[in-house]
Design a protein around this ligand. Structure first.
Ligand code: NAD
Length: 397
């Protein structure tokens, strides 16, 4: 059973690597050119839910990059041997050209010097109030132009730095927060407010802090809208949420868990900036600290290695102690195409957020915990417990 209504998907960071895999991948699936591999919502028991079909999604979004369009971004990925082939991109060229008409300029307020690596001149020079209003109007216009029933907003933009001053702000209402912190508020937070004011469900697939801020959560509740995040769990952290609980369950004491991540895409380029990297490291490090109730040595490292491009390589060394204090070791190397892992999860989250929006569910979507490194709310830390939440939700079909 699938809803026949039409849902808009408004992507913040619409020419990024994940966004481009979502756009090209959805078009390829619709044409029957590629399998739906990786979509969790295609699996029982979630198939009983009345989720929108991929044919019913209409894409648009905000993007800062001045140098390309959806077709150009897809060709660039294919030429670098990412998760898209040149044949597939050629086959979906009409869809990629068509979506260009639904792209609007990205948010030019709330950017740091790091945004220069995206090719943006004078980043952060725009007025945050005007940019928020403009983004809200862009989304409402998209919805009206296509006659959409609902719109799900998805943050797929570059990771932004976290500011302790913003996280500790006493302002609880959005207007007072904007007045108190205007120029210091990151672009994706302004986008999140605009999306909620426009009546969208909000998915934060990035480590950026929007959903950690009281005014954004209050806005979602006041508007009666569902939200979920943060930071998609696609590779190394997915393994940690399986292996960590396994060591704990077998009373094997972890002494050290060292993690090294190497990646060379634009995400990696932005993460080479210290402030931006700090946001990513927080989510990656917290998971294991929440699994074990004792201290262990463990550091997460992220390094930018341009030649690897989207083929993220993560090496982990786990030194642990068993019976009679016997010391043993597990090492793993994960080599995944980051965006090909992320794209189906984004589609899953869009489908689940659309259903929540249609049902009038508001606040954190606890059942989506399995999709995130740092999920909202009091939820289990292990993947099995998180998948059980999702299965429980499916009973509401
Ligand atoms: N790939 C994964 O497995 C994975 C997993 C979890 C989280 N993430 C996060 O998802 C996000 C996207 O990853 P990606 O690999 O597609 O990155 P990317 O760098 O290819 O794409 C990000 C896009 O956002 C755009 N952007 C940045 N600031 C903007 C603004 N103010 N307005 C509009 N557009 C803006 C950039 O121009 C770029 O096109 C990153 O934050 C990444 O950390 C990725």
């Amino acid at each position: 059973m699938q809803s026949e209504q039409r849902t808009g998907v408004w992507i913040f960071g619409a020419l990024g690597s994940i966004a481009t895999h979502v756009l090209a991948g959805t078009a390829a699936i619709r044409r029957g050119l590629a399998p739906r591999r990786g979509l969790v919502t295609d699996m029982a028991p979630l198939t009983t839910l009345d989720l929108p079909g991929l044919d019913n999604l209409v894409f648009g979004g905000h993007e800062l990059r001045p140098d390309t369009d959806p077709l150009g971004a897809a060709r660039e990925i294919a030429s670098r041997r990412g998760g898209l082939t040149r044949e597939l991109v050629d086959a979906v060229e009409p869809e990629l050209i068509a979506v260009a008409a639904d792209l609007r300029p990205g948010c030019r307020a709330g950017l740091g010097a790091w945004a220069a690596s995206l090719g943006v001149d004078s980043p952060g020079d725009a007025d945050p109030v005007a940019e928020t209003a403009r983004m809200r109007a862009d989304i409402l216009e998209f919805r009206a132009r296509h006659g959409l029933d609902r719109v799900v907003a998805v943050n797929l933009a570059s990771t932004e730095p976290v500011s302790a001053a913003l996280l500790g702000s006493q302002a609880t209402g959005w207007d007072s927060f904007l007045a108190a912190h205007g120029p210091d508020i990151p672009a994706s937070v302004l986008f999140s407010a605009a999306a909620l004011q426009a009546g969208c469900a909000l998915v934060n697939f990035t480590p950026s802090p929007a959903l950690d801020l009281a005014p954004i959560r209050a806005l979602a509740l006041a508007q009666g809208l569902p939200i979920c995040g943060k930071d998609g769990k696609t590779g190394e952290t997915l393994l940690k949420s399986v292996l960590g609980p396994m060591f704990f369950a077998r009373n094997l004491r972890v002494l050290s868990w060292e993690s090294f991540n190497l990646l060379g895409n634009r995400d990696g380029q932005v993460l080479a900036h210290e402030g931006n990297k700090k946001s990513k490291l927080a989510g990656k490090s917290d998971l294991l600290r929440n699994v074990f109730d004792y201290p262990f040595h463990g550091e997460v490292h992220i390094d930018y290695v341009p030649s690897l491009d989207d083929w993220k390589t993560a090496w982990n060394l786990i030194h642990f102690e068993g019976f009679l204090g016997t010391r043993m070791m597990l090492q793993f190397t994960w080599q995944g195409c980051d965006s090909a892992l992320a794209a189906p999860l984004v589609l899953d989250l869009v489908r689940l957020a659309d259903l929540a929006l249609r049902r009038g569910e508001s606040g954190p979507m606890l059942h989506t915990a399995a999709f995130f490194k740092a999920p909202l709310g009091q939820v289990p830390v292990d993947l099995a417990g998180q998948m059980a939440l999702l299965a429980e939700y499916a009973k509401t079909a």
